[in-house]
Design a protein around this ligand. Structure first.
Ligand code: F6P
Length: 324
């Protein structure tokens, strides 16, 4: 295998706080090992368009604390087709880029895995998503910050909920995963947590509300966006019909959870993963994702991280029920 001298880094899919810290780590660790690092703007779309810029070490000064991603991000349909990936490969060749580090989620890694096989180019994945839904790592970049953002918001909702004795259904992000909902719910002392990984939770909620209704107490029910019963609005509507005497309100936290300055933990995780990605490349690895497992850096085949399902912590689910 020829010696790697030039690499590209991109962010793809939904942005997550800490992506900038990961870009910085890739650039600085790359430079430390004598690599030339290029930034690919707007994810795979920028790769196709040749929107590629040099990233010298000074270009990433002052970004570790910034939310979002300085490289911008995109969900690119064209990259899903072979023709799109061929265009992207030709652009990499034009710039002499021999390997790519992708900071993103499972969709981004699927593209990386396919292109890596088609064009024999090493791709290293760094998990960056607030959903924390990637197999092979205990944490993803952005998850910790998003929990704190959601908790801060729910604490405020709790104030008004208790003042009015209301039931609030609060929807948090997580397309198909309940990690953010579960952590937020436990940290806020929620009276109910609905996640896609657990079936039949609505029955328990009905029972709880029937018993509690008489006390006129407020309750916070956290709903993961991808819950099987529908989002918070759908569920709240059904519950309101069944319990007409309850004063029910809904709140969708939405994209606020994706923004903000990353927590110290996310910055450190991003720094560790960025540096580990460079080491993996220098070690001739390809098509792997960097993970953190039991606080140690771990290397997982990209194919596994995409295919295998990471389950929510069942002990945490039990804990949440026990503490209501
Ligand atoms: O994957 C992260 C995520 O924030 C999901 O939780 C959410 O469903 C999705 O992105 C929203 O994506 P978009 O910003 O493209 O609407």
């Amino acid at each position: 295998m020829e010696e790697i001298k030039k690499i590209g880094v991109l962010t793809s899919g939904g942005d997550a706080p800490g992506m900038n810290a990961a870009i910085r780590a890739v650039v600085r660790a790359g430079s430390h090992h004598g690599l030339e690092v290029f930034g690919i703007n707007r994810g795979y779309q920028g790769m196709i368009d040749g929107d590629i810029i040099p990233l010298p070490p000074t270009s990433v000064s002052g970004i570790i604390q910034k939310g979002g991603t300085i490289l911008q991000t995109a969900r690119c349909m064209e990259f899903m087709e072979y023709e799109g990936r061929k265009k992207a490969y030709d652009q990499l060749q034009r710039f002499g880029i021999q390997a790519v580090i992708v900071i993103g989620g499972d969709g981004s890694f699927t593209g990386a895995s396919i292109m890596s096989k088609e064009f024999d180019i090493p791709f290293i994945g760094i998990p960056g998503t607030i959903d924390n839904d990637l197999y092979g790592t205990d944490v993803t970049i952005g998850y910790d910050t998003a929990i704190s953002t959601a908790v801060e918001a729910v604490d405020k909702i709790r104030d008004t909920a208790s003042s009015h004795g209301r039931i609030f259904f609060v929807e948090v992000m997580g397309r198909n995963a309940g990690f953010l909902a579960l952590s937020t719910g436990i940290a806020c002392g929620a009276e109910g947590i609905l996640v896609p990984e657990e079936k039949g939770q609505l029955g328990k909620l009905r029972k709880y509300l029937a018993e509690r209704a008489a006390h006129k107490k407020s309750s916070i029910i956290i709903v993961a966006e991808g819950d099987e019963e529908g989002g918070a609005i759908t569920i709240a509507k059904r519950i309101q019909e069944e319990f007409p005497n309850l004063s029910i309100r809904t709140s969708i936290l939405g994209h606020i959870q994706r923004g903000g300055s990353p927590s110290a933990y996310d910055r450190i995780t991003a720094s560790r993963m960025g540096s580990a990605a460079i080491e993996a490349l220098l070690d001739d690895q390809k098509s792997i994702m960097i993970g953190i497992v039991n606080n140690e850096v771990a290397y997982v085949p990209l194919s596994k991280s995409i295919k295998l399902h990471k389950d929510v912590d069942r002990d945490l689910l039990k804990l949440a029920e026990e503490l209501v």
